[in-house]
Design a binder for this molecule. Structure first.
Ligand code: ZN
Length: 321
């Protein structure tokens, strides 16, 4: 048995070493098996997050008169939904002077208050990298629990959970946050860095099956465990049944570089909110029937550059486990 453990530990190192000539990591993080037994994301992990991440006081302002963010309209059109099927609202949290505009299909079972409450439990540092949250029915996101495309989270009503948000927000953090000496200057991309692959290679498992599919997914899945470890008393020690030591270098590396972002704190205020997408009228007339011009929602804080992955990657997570 000891021999097989050694082999498991060596394989990724060898694979990485073989690729090292051109400085690139293996194309996929599939040289390690998924942790066994699997982490209980829907059970102990979600409960730990819910018990220890507290809602941020907020109030909701419903938008009327056909106003909707461009990104909501684009997702809705793509899924053959009309404007009347959506409820659009701004959520003002006490820790940020800029509201988040959210869109939900009216016939979903998660209401606006729950959306605001759940999203507001996430650390502000993570929320800042989200433009909009759009709630859909499961059929609108076939084969996925949620997407993060260009800092917009589209999520199924059946997957509206903190750990899914942690996964999707991790994609945006990965896309935006420069890690000096690790990612290109002024850009994100920790998940595709040599450093990440080196740390991965020191472990014996990934945090889930899905974490084996792409390097970006490996980091996003790891973000769930890193967040759990930061906010839940005793952290991963609560998960001894799963032998979290097997994934130590992955969650420790995530935590090393993103600790400030994923750590909730008192008296925080937003300082690097990604700007909303432009507000539009859909259909393109105001409620008084007069054609209108679109307006841009002003964000009075530092404007973020597009993330490293904004242009060409849509991240998909499988249905909730
Ligand atoms: Zn993902």
């Amino acid at each position: 048995m000891r021999f097989s453990v050694l082999i498991l530990g060596l394989l990724p190192l060898l694979a990485f070493a073989a690729d090292d000539g051109d400085g690139k990591a293996p194309s996929k993080p599939d040289t390690l098996p998924a942790i066994q037994p699997p982490f209980d994301f829907n059970g102990i992990i979600e409960k730990g997050l819910m018990d220890n991440l507290h809602p941020t006081p907020s109030h909701i302002k419903y938008l009327t008169g056909n106003k909707m963010p461009t990104d909501c309209m684009a997702h809705a059109k793509e899924k053959n939904h009309g404007p009347d099927e959506f409820e659009v609202f701004e959520v003002y949290y006490e820790d940020c002077h800029v509201p988040w505009v959210m869109c939900r299909l009216k016939d979903t079972h998660v209401n606006a208050t729950t959306m605001a409450d759940t999203f507001g439990r996430m650390p502000l540092g993570m929320r800042e990298f989200v433009k909009h949250v759009i709630l859909f029915k499961p059929k609108d996101l076939p084969g996925a629990a949620a997407w993060d495309a260009g800092d917009v989270i589209a999520i199924s009503e059946d997957s509206f959970r903190l750990y899914v948000l942690a996964h999707e927000m991790s994609h945006s953090i990965d896309a935006h946050i420069e890690v000096p000496g690790v990612t290109p200057s002024g850009k994100g991309g920790l998940s595709s860095s040599k450093r990440w692959a080196e740390q991965y290679a020191l472990d014996n498992a990934t945090v889930s099956d899905y974490a084996r599919t792409l390097w970006a997914e490996n980091l996003a899945e790891t973000g769930i465990i890193a967040l759990y470890n930061i906010v839940v008393p005793n952290g991963v020690a609560n998960l001894q049944h799963n032998s979290p030591r097997q994934v130590f270098h992955q969650y420790a590396t995530y935590t090393t570089y993103y600790r400030d972002i994923i750590t909730p704190g008192k008296n925080q205020t937003c300082k690097q909110r990604v700007p909303d997408s432009k507000m539009v009228y859909w259909p393109d007339i105001a409620s008084d029937g007069v054609p209108t011009e679109t307006r841009t929602k002003k964000v009075g804080i530092t404007l973020m550059e597009p993330g490293a992955f904004d242009e060409n990657v849509t991240f998909v997570q499988p249905p909730a486990r």
